[in-house]
Ligand binder design. Structure first.
Ligand code: GSH
Length: 211
């Protein structure tokens, strides 16, 4: 049994989607980051940088934080989605790309293009252009692959699970998915997975995947 401390954000959804894909039993503890729950003394003990997601593995009696580390921990523990044989290192590379580029850049895009529009023309331009660059890289990659990690047609993995919740915020990045047809196709295909539909709406608020 896994305890999941989370909120309805891309980093939180990565973990709930993976748990749903794995069919693992888990208990959700909502941490409302809009209200500042992440700064409570109790939560600080398990998350020193005041961020969700965090999991607790009741079997191994271990807390894990940082969404990339959580995805690696769970996929290793349950032996799925880390990329079989030839795929493994490709999965790792795209997972690291999500953690180092897509997450930080698109996170800033949310700040300047969505939450604080009109505050800094420079920052808006910069993050809009950086977002377009990243969507372009993803579109290029997905031209020949069904999923992000090759070889062949690709294999659904924690790299897709890490990327997809960020792309589901395309409206906040001022991105028209029609301009990135390969990303659109990949996004729609993953959106139809029952585990993704369930994991997207954790904590349960009735949230529907944007189309
Ligand atoms: N590198 C961390 C980033 C986690 C993160 O940025 N979480 C956000 C929500 S998506 C958060 O908890 N924000 C609250 C805050 O910064 O106060 C990870 O991938 O887990």
């Amino acid at each position: 049994m896994i305890d999941l401390y989370t909120w309805s954000t891309p980093n939180g959804r990565k973990v709930s989607i993976l748990l749903e894909e794995l069919g693992v039993e888990y208990t959700v503890y909502p941490i409302d980051i809009g209200k500042g729950d992440q700064f409570s003394k109790k939560f600080q003990k398990i998350s020193p940088d005041y961020k969700i997601p965090v999991i607790y593995d009741n079997q191994d009696q271990r807390f894990i934080r940082e969404s990339g580390a959580i995805l690696l921990y769970l996929s290793n523990k349950f032996g799925q989605f880390t990329g079989t044989a030839d795929y493994h290192w490709d999965v790792m590379q795209w997972l690291m790309w999500q953690m180092s580029a897509i997450g930080p850049i698109l996170g800033q895009a949310h700040h300047f293009l969505y939450y604080n529009k009109g505050r800094s023309a420079y920052a808006e331009d910069r993050f809009k252009n950086e977002a377009k660059k990243l969507y372009g890289i993803l579109d290029n990659r997905l031209k020949n692959f069904e999923y992000i990690s090759g070889p062949g047609k690709g294999e659904y993995s924690i790299a897709d699970i890490a990327l997809w919740p960020w792309i589901s915020r395309f409206q906040r990045h001022q991105i028209n998915l029609d301009e990135y047809p390969n990303v659109y196709q990949w996004y729609r295909k993953i959106s139809e997975r029952p585990a993704v539909i369930k994991g997207y709406d954790i904590p349960l608020f009735g949230n529907k995947i944007p189309t």
